[in-house]
Design a protein around this ligand. Structure first.
Ligand code: GCW
Length: 708
């Protein structure tokens, strides 16, 4: 669609007025996400779709089925530009959409509980779900076919994992830990009386992806969320989410029995503590009958936990599981742990603490593991916990919010990052034992399965700050539903649903998205560098060497010295590699066969060592830093090319953010190369020019950036 054309503009006005979001193009600000339902411009296509969209029949209703029918109605009316009634009984009429949870399609053995089946015959489309939620997902799948201009074809969809969840790191005061899109979505001070209409749109967006759970508060949890006052606020959110098949979950503060309950201890083996939790869980279920469960960060980064009393993670989790016993809910226990031990390798911590507990967790417990062993780095090898806890359901935790990926100013499409982890082979049961197969339960027959994403949505009008970051929310949800989807297929869908149908522009944008993560890694942390040093996680500070604990410094991770760079995790170093299966280990322990993207994760490599690219380590690093930063210019050029095909306000917004990204990419490049050069003692190789500033100048700029 050419937005510069007046005609198109008028059409959009009309469509937006119809769309149910009450917007006009002047304020088409990204609020509608991928559910924008703009009128299909191709009249022939519209006509073809319209033949089977004369009505929506809903023979039986329920709150979830009603949401499904209403979404179909809103979506189809906008996409097709005609009004479409919802009727209860189609009788012999053909030419409509039947939304149902009964009949042969709904009862097909091919359908999982939340699965759906779309079939067509005689211009009639049947959207069948085995459950109400299945029908809802089927309705969104049908809408997606129209939004992406696909022919209506029979299709079956079953989710790969049971619990597909967002984790919000939102605080009582409305702030969001590692949130870059404004304040929290939840207006705690208004709830429960005032229920912002936005909560419903949040639920719709999630349901469209199949997300069926949300943890509404930060894992660094305030005990206040366990008070009756807050439980009522959370209940009001649950009421809005329920008709969209979404359950609410809460993060808990492990020491709540003490701080909130006034007990002397929070020891999980103390009978009074156990009673306190049992009563608390009962109160939660009295307030929110379909509550999803509890998420716990314990003995991690200063949070309280069972180890404070000499107990194990399993003791803590099992105590909560016992309290949860009368109910359907689950206990999700995070494995993100590492101690302030100067001699330890943080990489190994989770595996060391958790694998001995395999088999000791109650069956209501799921252990939630970050994709990598450290902390949401731009690129990490998969966590060695995957494959090594066959008796404990392990869920994966991805981070959608861009804590280490340039906040909301850098364009980084994360599907390739998620996929890299999911497709990684643990070799635990021979070749093909991917992380995805651990997480979906097929490898170890887990009874419970989970994929969680740390949300990137906030109060920003467009939800995610960076308009293109919407694609990351979208990609997470789609992969939680079906991890076999490719990054490209997901990007294509999202672009078609959100930005443009113009084929050349769509190709360009998809290509740019697919390259964006590698470009970011190149100017930020190439060849296996990482940077989880303390602080804001944005400014480049490779020189940072002072902190209350060694693993909160930069030098701990990169280990630059006069000989070389990188963390030796082979047998001559921390031997973290031994936590992987021999097949993985063998490939990674030899610097010659270790894939370049992981090289400095596992090896301390001499500056002059020739790499598989034919360049020395130093030259390769410089090449990455420089080409990475230069590639942001390429991204800018590519984006400029699609101007006429996308919404002008969005185009301007992304252009401006790319300009910031370009400036910051050079900042990162300069900081790293000037700092590393002090050790490598080599010139910047041709054809690259040495940075225009000195190391001291970069340090000064970082200090200024970090000023409060
Ligand atoms: O990445 C680190 C973040 C913390 C976060 C922690 C965690 C919620 O810097 O802000 O705390 O991970 O995942 O628990």
């Amino acid at each position: 669609m050419n937005y510069n054309r007046i005609g198109g503009y008028i059409t959009i006005c009309l469509v937006l007025a119809l769309s149910g979001f009450g917007q006009t193009p002047a304020t088409d600000d990204g609020y509608r996400l991928w559910l924008n339902y703009d009128l299909i411009q191709d009249a022939a296509k519209r006509q073809a779709y319209t033949r089977s969209a004369q009505f929506i029949a809903l023979p039986k209703t329920s709150p979830v089925l009603k949401s499904a029918a209403e979404e179909l109605q809103t979506g189809l009316q906008s996409l097709l530009g005609k009004s479409i009634p919802i009727i209860t009984n189609a009788g012999n009429r053909t030419g409509g959409i039947v939304l149902t949870t009964s009949g042969p399609a709904a009862n097909s053995p091919a359908l999982a509980k939340e699965g759906y089946r779309i079939t067509t015959s005689n211009n009639t489309i049947t959207v069948a779900g085995q459950s109400d939620a299945g029908a809802l997902y089927g309705a969104f799948a049908l809408l997606r076919q129209l939004q992406t201009l696909q022919p209506i074809a029979a299709q079956t969809g079953n989710p790969n994992v049971q619990l597909r969840m967002l984790n919000h790191w939102d605080n009582v005061d409305g702030s969001v830990e590692r949130g870059y899109a404004g304040q929290s979505l939840w207006k705690w001070y208004e709830l429960p009386e005032r229920v912002d209409p936005r909560y419903r749109d949040y639920a719709r967006a999630n349901a469209s992806l199949g997300i069926n759970g949300t943890v509404v508060n930060n894992v660094n949890a305030s005990a206040r969320f366990m008070t009756a006052e807050y439980l009522h606020k959370v209940a009001a959110l649950a009421d809005v989410f329920r008709p969209y098949g979404i359950k609410v979950y809460l993060s808990v503060y492990f020491a709540a029995p003490k701080t909130l309950g006034g007990l002397k201890t929070s020891d999980p083996l103390d009978p009074q503590v156990r009673r306190w939790w049992a009563d608390k869980v009962k109160e939660i279920y009295q307030t929110i009958p379909d509550f999803g469960g509890l998420l716990v960060k314990a003995n991690s980064e200063g949070e309280p936990g069972p180890q404070d009393y000499g107990r194990t993670h399993a003791d803590g989790a099992n105590m909560l599981a016992e309290a949860m016993k009368p109910y359907d809910g689950v206990i999700i226990w995070r494995a993100f742990v590492y101690k302030a031990d100067p001699n330890a390798d943080r990489f190994k911590a989770a595996h060391e603490e958790f694998t001995p507990l395999d088999g000791q967790f109650d069956k209501k417990v799921i252990v939630q593991v970050k994709n990598g062993p450290i902390d949401f780095q731009p690129r990490e090898p998969f966590s060695p916990l995957f494959g090594n806890m066959p008796k404990t359901p392990l869920g994966v935790e991805f981070q959608i919010t861009q804590e280490y990926l340039g906040f909301a100013t850098h364009l980084v499409y994360e599907a390739p990052l998620f996929k890299e982890c999911l497709d990684a082979d643990t070799y635990v049961n021979g070749k093909g034992s991917t992380v995805a197969r651990v997480v979906d339960g097929s490898l170890h027959n887990y009874a419970r399965t989970l994929m969680a994403g740390v949300a990137n949505a906030g109060s920003a009008r467009n939800w995610t700050g960076h308009p293109m970051a919407q694609a990351n929310w979208y990609a997470f949800g789609r992969l939680a539903w079906d991890h076999s989807l490719s990054s490209e297929a997901i990007a294509r869908e999202w672009v078609a649903m959100t930005l443009t149908h113009e084929p050349q522009a769509a190709n360009r944008i998809v290509n740019l998205m697919l390259k964006s993560r590698d470009i970011y890694v190149d100017y930020n942390t190439p060849i296996g560098l990482s940077r989880p040093w303390s602080g804001v996680h944005f400014a480049p500070e490779p020189w940072q060497n002072r902190s209350s604990r060694p693993d909160w410094t930069a030098v701990y991770y990169h280990r630059a010295d006069s000989i070389g760079l990188g963390f030796d995790r082979t047998a001559t170093g921390s031997n973290a590699l031994a936590q992987y299966r021999p097949e993985v280990c063998r490939q990674w322990e030899d610097p010659k066969t270790c894939p370049l993207p992981y090289l400095l994760w596992f090896h301390h490599v001499p500056w002059t060592r020739k790499l598989s690219t034919g360049r020395s380590l130093w030259d390769e690093l410089c090449t990455r830093f420089y080409t990475g930063a230069d590639s942001v210019r390429w991204m800018q050029q590519e984006w400029a090319q699609v101007k006429s095909a996308v919404n002008p306000a969005l185009h301007d917004d992304v252009s401006a953010r790319l300009a910031t990204q370009q400036r910051e990419a050079i900042w990162w490049r300069d900081a790293w190369v000037l700092y590393l050069q002090e050790y490598a003692k080599q010139p910047i190789p041709a054809p690259f020019k040495k940075p225009e500033r000195t190391l001291d100048e970069v340090k000064q700029s970082v200090n200024t950036y970090l000023l409060r």
